[in-house]
Design a protein around this ligand. Sequence first.
Ligand code: ADP
Ligand code: MG
Length: 384
Amino acid sequence: MILPPATLGMLGGGQLGRFFVSAAHEMGYKVWVLDPDPHSPAGLIADRHLVAAYDDYGALDALAAGCAAVTTEFENVPADTLDYLGKFIPVHPAASAVAVCQNRIAEKTFLADHGLPHGPCAVIRGEDDIRSAPAALFPAVLKVARFGYDGKGQARVADAEEALAAFQHFKGEPCVLEKMLALDCEVSVVLARDETGAVRSFPAGDNRHRNGILDVTIAPAQLAASEAGGVATEAQRIAERIAERLGYVGTLGVEFFVCAGELFVNEMAPRPHNSGHHTLDACDVSQYEQQVRALCGLPLAAPRQHSAAVMVNLLGELWYADGKGHGAYREPDWSVLHAVPGLRLHLYGKHHARPGRKMGHFTVVGDDPGTVLERALGARAAIG
Ligand code: ADP
Ligand code: MG
C-alpha cells in the first residue's frame, strides 16, 4: 500500500486530473502533474507542475524519481511514456490497457476477440477498405482511429462516396467505419478495479449529447420501466468484464449505445469519465477517490449513490454575450446557479473559454429524480 504523505504522479492536467489532485490532497497525498500547458487546471493546484511534453524523458525521469506511483487522466498519453515510467515505479492503468482504449481499431478488435457486443463496423486503412465495405453499413460514421474526442475526427457519411471524401479529408489516417445506429439512449458505467481484481462499479448513467459533446448525465439512468433494471445491470456486468479482460487497474469509463433495448459498447476511457462527475456530490465515494485508492492499493470503497443526480456540462460559449460563442467575452452570472436548491457548481479554472471547451459543470442532487431533472434543466436554461 502506498500511504500518505507519498507523492503521486498524474499525466495530464485537465479537469479530470484536477479532481484527482483534490481527492488525493484530501486523503493526505501530494501530487505532481505533468502537462505541457502552463495554465493546465490540475497543474495550478498540484504540489509540483512539470511543464513538459509527455515524451520529455528528462521530465519523466523527474516524475519517476519524485513519485511513488503514476496514473493518467487522458487516453492519448503515448504508450511508450507509460512503458518507460513502468520500469521505475508502478503505473496504473498499464500501457497495454491504455493502448486498447486510445485506438478505435484496437478497441473494436478487443471487443470482438472477447465476444463483447459492439455495433457493426469495418476497419479502414485504405480506400479499398471503403469500396469493399458492406452496403449495409451505410449510413455510417467514419471515425479516425486515434485522437478523436467530443465528436472531433468524425464524419457522418451516407454512402461509400461520402466516406471516401471524408477519408481523404482525414488525410488517409486509419479509421473505423461504424453503422449509424438508431439509439434509444446512451448509458455509461464508471468503475474501479484494483490489483487484486476487486471491481466496484457505479450505477449506470444516462447521457444526453449535444453536437457530439456530452451535455447532460442523469444518474442513475431513468430508463423505460420495461428496461430499467435489465439494461443498467447488464451494462455494469459488461463494463466489469471489460475491466477484467484488460487486466485493468484504476478508474475506467465505458460508454454504451442502447438500440431496441440491446446494449452495444461504444468506447472505453482508461480514466475517470465526464459522466462520472456526479459521483463527487451524489455518491459515498467519487470516481477520483477510487482512482487514488486503486493506484495506491487501498481497498476500493463501496460506490453507493445516496442521491439522485443530474450533471450539466458548462461549455465555453457561455462566456460570450449571446451564450453561443459570439459577442463580448464575460463571466457568466453564477449567482443564478447558486440560487438553485441542491446545485453544486464546479469550475475548472481554465484561463480562457472558447466554444466547445469544457469549462465547468454543475450537479443537482436530491431525493426525487424528477425534481432534480427539472431543477437542472431549469438552471441550464437560466444560465445559457
Ligand atoms: P467521442 O466521445 O470520442 O467524441 P464517440 O464515438 O463517443 O466519440 O461519439 C460521440 C457521439 O456521437 C456518441 O456519444 C453518439 O451520440 C454519437 N455517435 C457516435 N457513433 C455513433 C453511431 N455509430 N451511431 C449513432 N450515433 C453515434
Ligand atoms: Mg464518446
